[in-house]
Design a protein around this ligand. Structure first.
Ligand code: FES
Length: 669
């Protein structure tokens, strides 16, 4: 697939849809004039508090190795904990105020325990020592919801490479691989057998797939080729361990049986292409030299050991400081262009050109330091309460429930128009008051938008369903202003292409979540999805939607206007809300439409996003569409109790046939 050439728009021309292009251009051009008075009259969403941190209590502690302890956390009220996937980590606030990230090593199926394992590092930054010395059962801590920057894609063949405590994210992956019946191997590397945690749990999964490789028995550390020799042919490699191990594996990937590498580092990545520069503490404070091979944070902490940090890799934001002067080379993966323009800098990774001096808003001494000016936060706060989210979830459940009812009702001979009429009838009977857009139904090769040349072709027609045909039902009901936008894929009878596409769609749900959680800009997430589609050998069909969108922001509809009236398929209230959001978001350099162009070069605005990856192969197309919750520092799917997720869950027991060679993303955190 040639990703550099844009696919044709609705009219077959190699460019984005003209209507949305003009609407966006209108917003760009006139929003400064129109937006301010509009915003004054309608103050932007009365913002509620950000997502509250998780309250956790230590339920158990055990010694896994002489210098490794495991802590199990629970909800103090005994309730279920937020869900997570293999590779996820927990950001813990330690009693001292330090924040540290620890990979979750338990089982995602256990919703009542989070487990982490921590190796004591006396020479480290103090976090591990604090965990070992002060955290005991009964202690209470706060944490952020689990995030995943190291997603497990469950490829048919995988090699898991763990260096010491790097086993923690890989243990849940091994469990998942075993559950899926994948062809997996795990190599656990360490100094000696007694230093390796979780050996019993690994062997209990399948002793024939686990290799414990210790330096004392093999006369030193393993080489990259030695580690990769364990890879099944075509395997994806997941590696977590110290920097030299990662570097050895990266260097040796070519020429090995493996085809892809996902990795997660311990601590800081080595500085690459670094030049010496200087940092100054305050406008008239001391100037410190930063050598080419050290980070500014390391140097700053020599003068100010209390400066906070956590990931050392430019994604958590803990070390953020304000830049007063100088030209930085931002190398983080977190800050938006607006935040950088406002002076935010992450010194754990960001640098400057040789000879440059960065003047930072850091005082020479920490005690009784006067408060610094607050950092400008360009992104708004998360706008919904738990109650709001519950109402959005109810609306989405209702929409999927009605789609499932229609799926059970339709049969060969039914037309698209009849299907949409039935879908609308059931939604209205269930309490739906308005629609974000009219319900759609596409049958046969129309599910892949084949030969679509005009927007009118999106509307339901007289195509009749036949045996073996795929279909897609799409609806966007509104109840009390709470909007859902869903896409339901199905088939009548046998269709093996559809089966394969439906199974592979799971990867896109995981990929999008992992990318958004890694704080990637929307256009980069879009590109990652494109790359995965190309790797699967499928066609990207969401590029055919107006504006080439893979998603759009969903807000609570509060405007007045005639319900049930639509223009070009969109409700009048919807168009008012869309126009308001477009103007408001463009004022802040963002867009409520998630596409692959310049206007999507920002991380998603906190709130709700309807996301609809739509893939096709020849005349078969399939998609899901559902709401993604994006908070200031995290993201999660609003609901996992949805038909496509249930289908994947039910299929986990079945072995996935490796029928296509896959190239997968590299994920780091
Ligand atoms: S320590 Fe995490 S971004 Fe710098």
């Amino acid at each position: 697939m040639d990703l550099s050439t844009p696919p044709p728009d609705l009219y077959g021309r190699p460019r984005a849809d003209a209507f949305i292009r003009r609407l966006t251009a209108f917003g760009d051009r006139y929003s400064p004039a129109l937006g301010a008075p509009l915003l004054r009259r309608n103050p932007r969403r009365p913002l509620s508090r950000p997502t509250p941190p998780l309250q956790l209590v230590i339920a158990a502690r055990r010694q896994l190795a002489p210098d490794v302890v495991e802590l199990a956390f629970a909800d103090p009220s005994g309730g279920p904990l937020p869900p997570w996937q293999p590779g996820a980590h927990l950001r813990l606030a330690l009693p001292s105020g330090r924040e540290r990230h620890y990979s979750l090593s338990g089982d995602p199926a256990d919703r009542h325990r989070y487990r982490i394992a921590v190796r004591r590092l006396p020479e480290g930054g103090g976090g591990s020592v604090e965990v070992h010395d002060t955290l005991h059962p009964g202690a209470r801590l706060t944490a952020r919801r689990p995030r995943n920057g190291f997603a497990f894609c469950a490829e048919p063949a995988v090699l898991l490479l763990a260096g010491g405590i790097g086993i923690t994210p890989l243990l849940p992956m091994a469990r998942e691989a075993q559950r899926h019946g994948l062809d997996w191997r795990l190599v656990h590397v360490g100094r000696s057998a007694d230093t390796l945690p979780y050996t019993d749990e690994l062997r209990a999964l399948d002793p024939h797939r686990v290799v414990l490789r210790t330096d004392d028995e093999h006369g030193g550390v393993p080489t990259g080729p030695e580690l990769l020799a364990h890879a099944p042919r075509g395997a994806a490699v997941y590696c977590c361990g110290p920097a030299p191990m990662l570097a050895a594996v990266q260097r040796s990937l070519d020429g090995s049986p493996a085809t892809a590498l996902h990795f997660e580092r311990f601590g800081a990545a080595p500085v690459t292409d670094g030049e010496p520069f200087a940092v100054r503490l305050g406008a008239d404070g001391p100037t410190l030299d930063v050598p080419a091979d050290r980070s500014a944070l390391d140097v700053l902490r020599e003068a100010r050991p209390d400066l906070p940090y956590s990931c050392h890799q430019g994604f958590c934001g803990t070390c953020e400081v304000r830049l007063l002067a100088g030209r930085p080379d931002h190398r983080d993966r977190r800050l938006t262009p607006e935040q950088r323009a406002a002076g935010a800098l992450l010194p754990c990774v960001s640098r400057a050109a040789e000879g440059e001096t960065l003047v930072l808003d850091i005082w020479k001494e920490s005690p009784s330091m006067p408060p610094t000016a607050p950092t400008v936060k360009a992104a708004p706060a998360f706008p919904y309460t738990e109650r709001d989210l519950a109402r959005f979830r109810e609306t989405q459940q209702l929409a999927y429930h009605c789609a499932e009812q229609v799926a059970a009702w339709i049969e060969p001979g039914v037309t698209e128009r009849q299907a949409t009429a039935e879908l609308r009838r059931r939604l209205v009977a269930a309490g739906v008051q308005d629609f974000f857009h009219v319900p759609f139904a596409w049958f046969g090769d129309r599910t892949a938008f084949r030969h679509f040349h005009t927007p009118l072709q999106f509307f339901a027609g007289n195509r009749r369903l036949e045996e073996g045909m795929p279909y897609v039902l799409d609806c966007a009901p509104i109840v009390d202003g709470y909007t859902a936008d869903i896409g339901y894929g199905g088939k009548i009878g046998e269709n093996r292409v559809w089966d394969r596409l439906a199974a592979d769609l799971k990867v896109y749900r995981e990929l999008i979540l992992a990318e958004v959680r890694a704080r990637r800009p929307l256009d980069e997430v879009y590109a990652a999805v494109d790359a995965q589609i190309a790797a699967h050998g499928y066609d990207n069909r969401h590029q055919v939607y107006p504006g080439r969108v893979i998603g759009h922001q969903v807000t609570r509809t509060t405007v007045r206007g005639p319900a049930g009236v639509n223009v070009f398929g969109f409700g009048v209230r919807t168009l008012q809300t869309l126009a308001r959001e477009l103007i408001s978001e463009r004022l802040h350099g963002r867009s409520p439409l998630w596409a692959d162009g310049r206007s999507s070069r920002h991380v998603p605005t906190p709130g709700l996003w309807a996301v609809e990856p739509h893939i096709g192969f020849r005349g078969v197309g399939i998609k899901f569409e559902e709401l993604l919750v994006v908070t200031e520092d995290d993201a999660y799917w609003l609901d996992d109790d949805l038909p496509h997720v249930r289908r994947w869950t039910a299929a986990t027991a079945a072995t996935t046939e490796p029928t296509a060679e896959r190239t997968t993303l590299e994920a780091t955190r």
